[in-house]
Design a binder for this molecule. Structure first.
Ligand SMILES: *[C@@H]1O[C@H](CO)[C@@H](O)[C@H](O)[C@H]1NC(C)=O
Ligand SMILES: *[C@@H]1O[C@H](CO)[C@@H](O)[C@H](O)[C@H]1NC(C)=O
Length: 183
């Protein structure tokens, strides 16, 4: 009797946990996983008369650090230009649209939620949702959590290097070296 009920439990477990065939779902519908490396420069301009990053909200209780262009709790909306080389006049390869927030209470820290669309990939984009540990300096890493079009199901990381930074107004040109796994 005991053996029988054990068998019944096993049978039920087998039925409800029937595993999806991962090889089929991935190998069949999405083809082979690809590895893509992308390099470009992001121009984040806060100071212009026509800025690409605009503060839209700021917590009332937060104390600004003196001379900090991105005070804690400030949220920015961005539409940054991406270029092939570091100069703004270099070929435009795409745009980065989304939000970032100044999230460091005790030092500069940002969290980004940004969609990077690339012209050479017909506007396909990859998505960064990540801390940007700005004070870690060059080689700091951001997480890529998804993508659209040519970058469907993307995951990966971006290594950042500051090419130019104006600590007074926050204007920056950042080199992105992105590694993506996608279908
Ligand atoms: C972009 O679209 C064109 C026309 O549909 C296509 O031939 C090309 O392969 C696409 N390029 C990429 C990188 O997806
Ligand atoms: C870009 O990042 C990859 C590691 O993901 C590294 O192998 C490569 O050297 C980097 N390229 C540059 C130019 O920094």
């Amino acid at each position: 009797m005991r053996t029988l009920s054990l068998l019944a439990v096993l049978l039920v477990l087998l039925l409800v946990s029937h595993p999806r065939n991962a090889a089929d779902a991935h190998g069949h519908r999405f083809g082979k996983e690809k590895l893509t490396n992308l390099r470009f420069y992001l121009h984040d301009t806060l100071s212009d008369r026509d800025p690409t990053a605009v503060p839209v909200a700021h917590g009332a209780g937060a104390t600004p650090r003196p001379g900090d262009p991105t005070p804690f709790s400030t949220v920015y909306v961005v539409d940054d230009v991406l270029t092939e080389g570091p100069q703004r006049t270099s070929r435009v390869v795409g745009s980065a649209q989304g939000l970032y927030a100044s999230t460091g209470r005790h030092g500069l820290g940002l969290v980004l939620g940004i969609d990077f669309a690339l012209n050479d990939y017909n506007g396909s984009s990859f998505v960064v949702f990540s801390r940007n540990p700005v004070t870690d300096g060059d080689g700091r890493e951001l997480a890529v959590v998804g993508g659209r079009g040519a970058f469907r199901l993307a995951r990966g990381f971006a290594l950042l290097r500051t090419h130019y930074l104006n600590t007074g107004n926050g204007d920056a040109i950042i080199e992105y070296n992105v590694t993506l796994l996608h279908y």
